[in-house]
Design a protein around this ligand. Structure first.
Ligand SMILES: N[C@@H](CCC(=O)N[C@@H](CS)C(=O)NCC(=O)O)C(=O)O
Length: 344
């Protein structure tokens, strides 16, 4: 027979057991707690990449990768301004995230196996499906990358581009002279000054870099795409709550576009009786709280930053300086591969 005392002891041991089971969840909530206590999100970004990450004369940042950071600040603080941007070069970006110098890295960085497995980082979501391409002089009259046999090629060190370049030329039995540069500025300058005949990197970056040449119209991006470069934000492994927040911030923007909710229509959406809309904007159930946020988390993102299509068009789309067609970054309902899991 169990005495009342023993029963209490067993129950409290069980309760202790369940609180021990809950400990990992509590420990994993660290990043959001730190961000709330600090009052801002720290975001590692490209020092200068037109359309994706640039700073104006007043020091204010804008661009496609910047908007992801602003969306996080909007979701957490209802204020897209509460971000501290840390410009990071290609070589130092992943180590800076590992060393806790930033909460999130949003810097045209490709999702690869080894960056997750060996570097102990987690990729959150593909915000931009890219692929590696080649920029050449128009006067060369090349129509395909297969005509580049024997060319000198400029590439930036520490990128996925370096390895893809070698694979592509080897696979097609072509020779090339490698010109490796430490930074984007050096690579652009070397190509523009004629130190190499070809510049290679992610195609989105070639569109941006072309505009920095002395005579942009003298250069063309070849149609060939030689690799998969799924770009998007990384976080450190071990904090599932923060990983989920970054992931679902992107997915909220994609779902908003799919549901026709934008900065222009967000107030109407709050009155909608469509179940999908109600779940996204928090008028039915409380999804935000499950992430450590508030029920209007997605409304804040949409109101301050916009839906995915608005972010794409404003920064890099056909009416922007870069004039990149939506292409495979269209929603799956429009023939693209941007597809967000449901909020439910
Ligand atoms: N997506 C590729 C390439 C990313 C990358 O760093 N590209 C260079 C070439 S444009 C860049 O952004 N450089 C800017 C800099 O170093 O300031 C990767 O993750 O390795």
């Amino acid at each position: 027979m169990l005495s009342a005392h023993n029963t209490r002891r067993i129950l409290s041991t069980l309760a202790l057991g369940s609180s021990i089971l809950l400990t990992p969840a509590a420990a994993s909530a660290q990043t959001l707690e730190k961000i709330k206590a600090r009052g801002n999100v720290t975001c590692g970004v490209n020092p200068s990449l037109l359309g994706f990450s640039t700073r104006d004369a007043q020091g204010s940042w804008s661009g496609f990768d910047i908007d992801l950071c602003r969306a996080l600040a909007a979701a957490i603080f209802n204020d897209p301004g509460k971000v501290v941007f840390t410009p990071l070069g290609t070589a130092e970006r992943l180590q800076a995230l590992q060393a806790d110098k930033v909460d999130v890295l949003s810097r045209n960085t490709t999702w690869t196996f080894s960056r997750e497995a060996a570097l102990k980082l987690n990729f959150a979501a593909v915000t931009y499906y890219d692929g590696q391409g080649f920029l050449v002089r128009r006067a060369k009259n090349a129509t395909s990358a297969l005509e580049l046999d024997g060319s000198s090629v400029c590439v930036q060190k520490g990128t996925t581009s370096e390895l893809n370049l070698a694979d592509y030329f080897r696979a097609n039995n072509m020779k090339y002279q490698l010109v490796t540069l430490p930074g984007a500025d050096e690579a652009i300058r070397a190509y523009d000054e004629g130190k190499c005949a070809v510049l290679t990197s992610d195609t989105s970056q070639l569109f941006a870099e072309r505009l920095r040449m002395k005579a942009p119209d003298d250069h063309v991006v070849l149609p060939d795409i030689i690799s998969k470069e799924p770009l998007g934000p990384y976080v450190r492994s071990g904090d599932n709550q923060w990983l989920s927040i970054v992931k679902w911030t992107h997915y909220a923007m994609v779902n908003a576009e799919e549901l026709g909710i934008s900065t222009q229509t967000i107030n109407e959406a709050l009155k909608s009786d469509k179940p999908d809309v109600k779940r996204l904007v928090g008028t039915a159930e409380d999804y935000g709280e499950q992430l450590g946020l508030t029920k209007d988390w997605a409304v804040r993102i949409i109101r301050h930053v916009g839906n995915y299509g608005e972010v794409f068009e404003r920064n890099v789309g056909t009416n922007s300086q870069l004039a990149i067609p939506r292409g495979i970054n269209s929603l799956w309902t429009n023939g693209g591969i941007q597809y967000a899991p449901p909020i439910r």
